[in-house]
Design a protein around this ligand. Sequence first.
Ligand SMILES: Cc1cc2nc3c(=O)[nH]c(=O)nc-3n(C[C@H](O)[C@H](O)[C@H](O)COP(=O)(O)OP(=O)(O)OC[C@H]3O[C@@H](n4cnc5c(N)ncnc54)[C@H](O)[C@@H]3O)c2cc1C
Length: 536
Amino acid sequence: MTTTALDLTADVVIVGGGPAGTWAALTAAAAGADVLLLDKGYCGTSGPTASGGTGVWYVQPEPAAREKAMASREALGGHLQDRRWMARVLDQTYENMNRLEAEARYPFPVVDGVAHKRGLQGPEYMRRMRSWIKRAGVRILDHSPVTELLVDPAGTVAGVRGHRRQHNTDYRVRASAVVLATGGCAFLSKALGCDVATGDGALYAAEAGAAMSGMEFSNSYAIAPAFTSVTKTAYYGFATFFHGDGTPLAGAGSQGGRSVIAKELLRTGTVLCQIDHATPEQQALMRSGQPNFFLTFDRLGINPFTDKFPVTLLLEGTVRGTGGIQIVDDDCATSVPGLYAAGDAATRELICGGFTGGGSHNSAWAMSSGTWAGGGAARFAAALGSSAVKRRLTGAGGVAVRPTGGRAFDGDPWAEAQDVLRRQVHPYDKNYLRHGDRLRPALTELDELWQRLRAGASADPAGTPRLRQAAAMVAHARWMYTSALARTESRGMARRQEFPDLDPAQHRRLTVGGLDELWVRPESLLASRPELAVAS
Ligand SMILES: Cc1cc2nc3c(=O)[nH]c(=O)nc-3n(C[C@H](O)[C@H](O)[C@H](O)COP(=O)(O)OP(=O)(O)OC[C@H]3O[C@@H](n4cnc5c(N)ncnc54)[C@H](O)[C@@H]3O)c2cc1C
């Protein structure tokens, strides 16, 4: 039985308490806003950053170093990045990392008297972010998934509704501005820390009228030992891969090697690995850098430096892809007034183009975009002033909260959605080794599932967050495949088997949107850079 709903107010609501959400909360509070942060897990331990070590795009403010940093992955990203945004992120990340040391006393390792700030231990980082925002006066509600946005009659975002799991109570927050920092969508593939990354924020943004960008670049797959969910991938740069019979798997360790691994897994189900190129000194550094990488090996008595072990590829979707909610200004505002987006929930195309795969840009984007979104939301709230509390609020949510009716859903909508996602989104031959002949039928089944969810899926209040997660994942899959079909070339991580080359005429970003009916359209062609356009 659900007890009475809780009614709250705040100037700024932050949805999600990972790095993006906590930096947003800190900035909004510093600007004088009354801030409430809501997390469906526990802010400080929830999400992929909190689960491991994270590299950070921290570059000294020296012109040559900055130029090198920006140029380094432009070809990989298909030249869809924006240098102005990259420079902003480098500046903001530099400032935030220095603040972490000075104000949050983060214990960076010191070598030869110099603090090394190109990485953070996730659990320590997020523990400090939690206490830092509490000191700044931010209120936190843990275990309280937001289930929909509230809008005023003009369509301006005016609050959120959600559910407190531990109290079995619904809640409503009236707010002047909302920041969505709910992370990406990893389709419940069991990748490390990604059990909360179901893309909820993007669904809510779309329901309020926002669009997505870069959704074709949402098929990141990470290597993991077959017996774990640990998708920390940096150490595989020191590895050799083998067929099941122990003979070397040619090409698997090179750039593009993951497609070799994917093909072998599809063909035989087995790929073996050995991290055999690390010196004893490097092995020791690896152990201290990522202790949780070794935990399961140690428990199973496997030495990954001398023994061969089976690996798999786990889908990380937009967590280490780049797609997300489109932002329209330097404050990370969305196209919907009162709504801001940050971190993995927002598109990272501006700094990553069509490729991240990890390696520092994501964490830099999370802390930078969080900072800007929090500041923008606080300014929006201040400008709205006391008129904010007089607005009439309506729920913007659709699927699973306001069924359109008709036929009730046959069976269990959650189980059915999981089944379709497992068959149509997780498999390498559908989402990774993409071909239109496989994408189109997959999209048809996802569209059909969406229509049924929209019409008939519903649950009691305690079950609503789970159904909303299912809807968010199905929406992501449909945006992803719709964009993938529209990009008839190979660029960044969006590769099509029947279009293996980069097409200079498609040197532009794609925007996708809609829920019941989807649309996709190209942004205008980016400034022509012919010398770069053929490089990817
Ligand atoms: C294994 C792994 C290793 C990685 N390593 C690196 C690395 O070395 N360098 C790098 O740059 N990036 C790395 N990344 C990516 C990086 O972790 C993410 O980019 C980063 O965590 C994004 O931060 P975020 O705050 O946007 O989202 P998250 O960290 O995902 O946080 C989102 C938060 O929102 C909450 N939430 C979700 N939905 C709701 C809802 N409906 N209501 C309320 N709360 C909600 C979640 O509980 C969570 O706390 C890695 C990712 C993985 C999976």
